[in-house]
Ligand binder design. Structure first.
Ligand code: PMT
Length: 419
């Protein structure tokens, strides 16, 4: 089911040059299936035309508190109540000030005052205006009032200045909007996720690795972020941009992945404790006995080259073995593994879950079409310590990840409510 389908979004636009980026947000939301109602201020209409907003949204714009379209004069209440989400982009310094002081002298400010549900604000202004104590006071007030913020970002401004004040890019704004609408089942939780392949170097030019693209782990990280978790993403070499809001830890080898994962898992004093580990990474089981400092040369006298390999530590098994410590500090954690199998997946997966000792194991047959390495889809059977066995159909990895995060959230709730 498409997340945006049927969602009612009101987009308020303030008078700033960044309004041109909001056009892209409107276009993409509509394309995704949302109904978008633009509510520009009079100043916004100096930057983008009503016709453009109307053409992109497919809806009449609302700009007038006393519009003849709403003869009862209740447009501000209706829009405030009907919207799943109100986005204000660009939010100028003036608009933030008016919101913070509860003014309601035009349609947008009146509907914002009448709004009870989520509001997401994307500030855009000159860096001096953003940094001004008056603006910062208004931002603090609005945050206290429960208003969500995305950006501003740093960089070159339309006025030629450099600094913080650029409106968030459309992709970031859309992701923030999605997060604003996703139930926060992992709010206040910290989750470590491993993703991608590891590389085991033979010499300065060669390594042993596998086909993992990181897509499955990225989808899990995104789903956890949307559910409100703090996410530490420990990843091998992949060609994907770090999901917005995740703390990334880039590693190469399995041993480096173990160190980085344990660092997060055992969190140094003063840092939030980790509540769950979801290990999607394809970790090399073996590494070369020795990593040579010089490139291995082709020796014509020998027709073969034999490599000595040694076993890597098993991160999943090690985390699971900390169970004793989990209960000793009174903090129970959820540990999830993935099993990449080829044939006999369920039988092998069940044995693997017991061997590795994790709470949940997502088994995927990486030889099945559309599954496993590099694909955008996956078919997973989720098994658990509690005896569950759920075969999910072939789904986009994003949806597999959402279902998995739901399962983790449910398990956590049960752990924390069971004496
Ligand atoms: O990255 P993609 O291209 O999207 O592909 C996704 C995927 C196929 C990599 C993913 O869906 C998947 O199956 N990940 C697990 C891959 C794997 O290493 O499976 P395994 O059966 O060998 O290991 C079982 C579990 O132990 C995994 O959670 C693995 O991270 C963990 N493990 C394995 C070896 C090791 N030394 N340490 C570990 O922690």
């Amino acid at each position: 089911m498409n997340f945006w389908h049927g969602k009612q979004i009101v987009i308020g636009l303030g008078g700033g040059i960044a309004a041109y980026k909001t056009l892209e947000v409107i276009r993409r939301l509509r394309e995704a299936g949302a109904t978008v109602t633009p509510v520009p201020t009079q100043a916004a209409l100096r930057f983008v035309t009503g016709l453009t907003l109307q053409a992109l949204s497919g809806e009449p714009i609302r700009e007038d508190l006393f519009s003849p379209l709403a003869p009862d004069g209740m447009d501000h209440i209706r829009l405030a109540q009907a919207a799943d989400l109100v986005i204000v982009a660009p939010a100028t310094a003036d608009l933030l000030a008016r919101m913070a002081t509860g003014q309601a002298d035009d349609l947008l400010s009146a509907l914002l005052l009448a709004r009870r549900g989520p509001v997401l604000v994307a500030p855009a202004m000159n860096p001096a205006m953003w940094e001004h104590p008056a603006t910062q006071r208004n931002v603090a007030t609005l945050r206290q009032d429960g208003i969500g913020f995305v950006g501003p970002e740093s960089g070159a401004m339309a006025c030629g200045d450099q600094g913080s004040g650029r409106m968030a890019e459309p992709a970031t704004l859309l992701e923030a909007a999605r997060r604003a609408l996703t139930p926060k089942i992992l709010a206040g939780r910290r989750v470590v996720i491993t993703a991608g392949p590891t590389r085991e170097e033979l010499d300065p030019v060669r390594f042993l690795s596998n086909h993992s693209s990181g897509k499955m782990g990225w989808a899990v990280a995104l789903a956890a972020l949307r559910a409100g978790a703090r996410v530490d993403l420990v990843h091998g070499p992949v060609a994907l941009p770090v999901p917005w809001g995740a703390v990334a830890h880039a590693v190469g080898s399995a041993c480096e992945m173990l160190d980085a994962t344990l660092d997060v898992w055992l969190s140094a004093p003063g840092n939030p404790r980790c509540d769950a580990a979801i290990l999607t990474a394809a970790v090399a089981d073996y590494r070369p006995e020795k990593r040579l400092n010089d490139k291995i040369k082709k020796e014509h006298a020998f027709s073969e080259l034999r490599l000595e390999l040694t076993q890597n530590p098993d991160i999943l098994a090690m985390l699971s073995a900390w169970t004793g410590m989990r209960s000793r500090d009174g903090h129970q954690r959820v540990i999830v593994g993935f099993a990449a199998e080829t044939g006999n997946a369920l039988t092998r997966g069940k044995a693997k879950r017991i061997r590795k000792g994790c709470d949940l194991l997502a088994i995927n047959d990486v030889s099945a079409p559309g599954c496993g390495f590099g694909t955008d889809t996956n078919a997973v059977t989720l098994i658990g310590r509690d005896g569950r066995e759920e075969a999910w159909p072939l789904l986009p990895k994003e949806q597999v990840a959402e279902k998995l995060i739901q399962a983790v959230g449910d398990l956590m709730r049960n752990i924390h409510t069971t004496p």
